[in-house]
Structures are given as structure tokens and as C-alpha cells.
Design a protein. Structure first.
Length: 289
């Protein structure tokens, strides 16, 4: 290096990614949350906690939490419970794997509205299923699988299963199959391999899949209106927030209901993650290579 020469400070190119990502998080997540939280403590009448007091003391408001949980928890358990064995069977590549996977994820491309229209056509009181069962004298009277609890639950299963299946499949295909082959040489059967190898390594992925599926199901809104009874047994908490915001024009109350909704989800997610730590502690993956 020549005498008197100066060195230029090196520019860290990662800042070009970190700064926009941080700004994106602030604008789309942190700022709306803080704004909604502050707004929930600014009711039209009463003190700062008036909105929360109104929600928990009104007979048609606080039960929406339990109504939503009765839909979200069973739907999540069904989706994860059915997706796990199917993904486990499809962990080995086969000529039909791509076709089966494509068929299973078709509901993602349809969307909630098209799923609701299809269910009204097939599962309604005058739908094909009801007519088929009546024609063969398998059931007397129309079958009501829409505009009630079961219609919303079936819709959540149809729309949520592909998401759970793809997520579990990605986790299970990342487990090195050499581990199972090594266990088989020591006399471990398929059930023992799943119980002692795959299930412990899948525990973090299953917990994360359950949390994401639950959050998706807990925010149910279109299905509860199109396929449920929004003024009766399927009046979920998102409908209560919608009515407060766009029927009563009380955005402060709507923000408070949204905060309660987020808090309930946070409690369930924290409980699931805590159970995951109790179930298994060790490597979070048994990836290939």
C-alpha cells in the first residue's frame, strides 16, 4: 500500500435487506397493532376499559369466544390429525405422489366463497347428497349440513386441510430416511420407527402446524356467514368485531374485540408451544445432509 493512502470503509450489503424488512414489519404489523391497541382504550363513552367491560358483560358478545373456539379447535385437530398419516405415507417418492398432492391441495385454489357455493350445491337441504340418500331410502328427510355449525366446520376442514398437509409434508420429507433404515436393521418395525424417530423429530413441526392452522381457523368469517347462522350458533368473534365496526360504527369497540381475539389466539399458541417443549427437547430437525 502506498504511503499516505487511505482505506475506504466497506459497505455492508446486508443493510439493503435488513432496513426495508424492518420498515415492512413496522408498517404492516407493529404500527397497526399499536394503533388498534391505543384505539381500544378510547371508547365513545366511559373510562379506558369501557369497551372491554362492555364485551365481557354483554350476553351476546363474550360467548363468541367460546363459539369460535368450538369451531377452530376441532377443525385444527381434524386437519392436523388427517394430514399427518397421509403425509407420512407420501414421504417416499412415487410416480403418483405429484398427482395425489395436486388433488389434495385443489381447495386452496378455490377459495372460501367457491367452497361455500359448492357446499350449498352438494350439502344443502336440496343438494345432491340429500337427494341421493333419499332416493335410495338411506335417510328420511333432508340432511342439513349448511347454515349451521356443521356447515362451518366442514368448510374449515376443506379449506384448512391442504395447508396443514403441505406443511407437515415439508417437515416429514426433511427427515433423513437413513435414520429409519438404521432402526429397521436393529429390529424396529414401522410403528416403532414412527413413534421413536419420526414423531419426536416432527414434534416442533406439528406444533407449528397446529398453531398456524388454529390461527387461520380462529379468524373464520366468510364461512360463518355463508354456511352458518351468523345471528345464532355460529356468531363468531370476527362477526362481533365486524358488526361493531361497520354496523354500529364504533371502531374503538371493534379494536377492543380484535385485541381480545388476538389475546385468545396468543394463549392457545403459547400453550401448544409449551406442551411441545414438554413432549420433546432436542434437535428441531433430522434433515438430510
Amino acid at each position: 500500500m502506498a504511503v499516505g493512502a487511505t482505506t475506504r470503509p466497506q459497505f455492508d450489503s446486508t443493510l439493503l435487506l435488513v432496513v426495508p424488512a424492518a420498515a415492512f414489519m413496522v408498517l404492516l404489523f407493529i404500527y397497526p397493532f399499536v394503533y388498534g391497541l391505543v384505539l381500544s382504550f378510547e371508547p365513545k363513552e366511559g373510562g379506558a376499559l369501557a369497551n372491554y367491560k362492555f364485551f365481557f358483560t354483554t350476553d351476546n358478545e363474550w360467548p363468541t369466544i367460546w363459539t369460535t373456539l368450538k369451531l377452530a379447535l376441532p377443525a385444527t385437530l381434524i386437519n392436523v390429525g388427517f394430514a399427518l398419516p397421509i403425509a407420512y405415507k407420501m414421504r417416499v417418492k412415487s410416480p403418483y405422489q405429484r398427482w395425489v398432492t395436486t388433488i389434495l391441495v385443489v381447495p386452496i385454489t378455490l377459495g372460501t366463497v367457491l367452497i361455500a357455493e359448492g357446499m350449498l350445491t352438494y350439502f344443502g337441504p336440496k343438494g345432491w347428497l340429500s337427494q341421493f340418500l333419499q332416493f335410495f331410502h338411506l335417510y328420511d328427510g333432508p340432511i342439513r349440513l349448511t347454515h349451521n355449525y356443521w356447515g362451518v366446520l366442514i368448510s374449515l376442514v376443506i379449506s384448512g386441510f391442504p395447508f396443514a398437509f403441505l406443511l407437515i409434508l415439508s417437515y416429514i420429507t426433511g427427515i433423513d430416511p437413513v435414520l429409519a433404515r438404521a432402526a429397521s436393521t436393529l429390529g424396529a418395525g414401522p410403528k416403532s420407527q414412527f413413534r421413536h424417530i419420526y414423531l419426536p423429530l416432527l414434534a416442533p413441526g406439528l406444533a407449528m402446524c397446529f398453531c398456524l392452522s388454529f390461527v387461520q381457523a380462529f379468524s373464520v368469517f366468510p364461512s360463518a356467514i355463508l354456511l352458518g347462522s351468523p345471528a345464532g350458533p355460529t356468531r363468531v368473534i370476527s362477526i362481533a368485531a365486524y358488526e361493531a365496526a361497520f354496523e354500529q360504527y364504533d371502531y374503538s369497540l371493534a379494536s377492543a374485540i380484535a385485541m381480545i381475539m388476538g389475546f385468545v389466539q396468543l394463549v392457545i399458541v403459547a400453550a401448544v408451544l409449551g406442551l411441545r417443549n414438554m413432549f420433546y427437547r432436542g434437535p428441531v430437525t433430522g434433515g438430510k445432509g
